[in-house]
Design a binder for this molecule. Structure first.
Ligand SMILES: [Zn+2]
Ligand SMILES: [Zn+2]
Length: 286
């Protein structure tokens, strides 16, 4: 599997939209890896992880084509992870798809490309948010399936196991264990600290790659998120339970500018703890 990060920031992105603190000012001045869009990622160009407001813009910046994605796993319905309006642009006039572009462009659009049906997966809170904001999935060539913690499903060669998080309220956010061709990845954003029953589930797997939220960084643990100390404890849990295959990388994503220093220097602090700091556009192959 090949994972590409299309965003590694928290809700406000990085720099904070209305902030001139030293971190945000440094990020604006320096650019590069210090700039982060809302968290979003894609596996093999086929399986999208969240659909936040900035994911498609970053995909274009990093030359990633999302048009052929057939799966979308949504962690939770906070607006930095779920921006339903992006799905609206899948609507098209099917009769126009076979026409030459010169004729298509005078038809309705807004999509002039054939796409596979998009299988969207999310918990009950995601389902509620989608149903109130979008009325007709079939016109978007998409379908929705509700996931449940610990209930594994398979789609297009990917085997997925949802894990209940502790963000906002229990069950509001889910992390995903994703497996394909003998490889296993954990994608845990806005997970908070897993409850005992979920730790027991998570501890049963051996991972080739772990992505976890580093939202509150050098601050203390803060409502429904993980700080660096929590990341260290979780990394220790994985090691103690023999969950890390040789060469398994632990990457932090979903960074908030006010608790996580800019990439240029936070990267070193995280590396000292045996983990890595993800950045927008990073691709990892397992
Ligand atoms: Zn978030
Ligand atoms: Zn959230």
């Amino acid at each position: 599997m090949q994972l590409t990060f299309l965003g590694t920031g928290a809700g406000e992105g990085y720099p904070g939209l209305w902030c001139r603190c030293p971190h945000c000012t440094y990020a604006r001045k320096t650019g590069g890896k210090n700039i982060r869009g809302n968290s979003c990622a894609v596996i093999d160009g086929q399986l999208m992880l969240d659909i936040g407001p900035m994911g498609f813009l970053n995909a274009a910046r990093f030359q990633v084509d999302l048009t052929q994605a057939g799966m979308l796993l949504i962690t939770h319905p906070h607006p930095d992870h779920l921006y339903p309006y992006h799905l609206h642009w899948r609507i098209t006039d099917d009769d126009a798809l076979s026409l030459p572009f010169g004729e298509q462009m005078h038809r309705f659009g807004p999509r002039f490309t054939n796409v596979p049906e998009l299988h969207i997966y999310g918990n009950a809170c995601v389902e509620k948010a989608l149903s109130t904001q979008l009325d007709d999935f079939s016109r978007m060539k998409a379908s929705f399936t509700r996931i449940r913690e610990g209930e594994t499903f398979t789609d297009n060669g990917y085997t997925v196991t949802p894990v209940r998080g502790n963000h906002h309220e229990p069950g509001f956010a889910h992390s995903y264990i994703i497996q394909k061709a003998g490889k296993t990845m954990m994608y845990a954003l806005d997970s908070g600290i897993f409850d005992g029953d979920m730790l027991e589930l998570v501890g049963r797997y051996q991972y080739d790659l772990i992505v976890m939220e580093g939202t509150t960084g050098l601050n203390e643990q803060y409502g429904g998120h993980m700080c660096l100390e929590a990341n260290k404890k979780m990394a220790a849990f994985y090691r103690e339970h023999d969950c890390l295959k040789p060469g398994c990388r632990i990457l932090l994503s979903h960074m908030s500018p006010h608790w996580c220093p800019p990439h240029d220097w936070y990267e070193t602090i995280v590396a000292q703890e045996g983990m890595e700091l993800a950045y927008d556009g990073l691709t990892v192959e397992i």
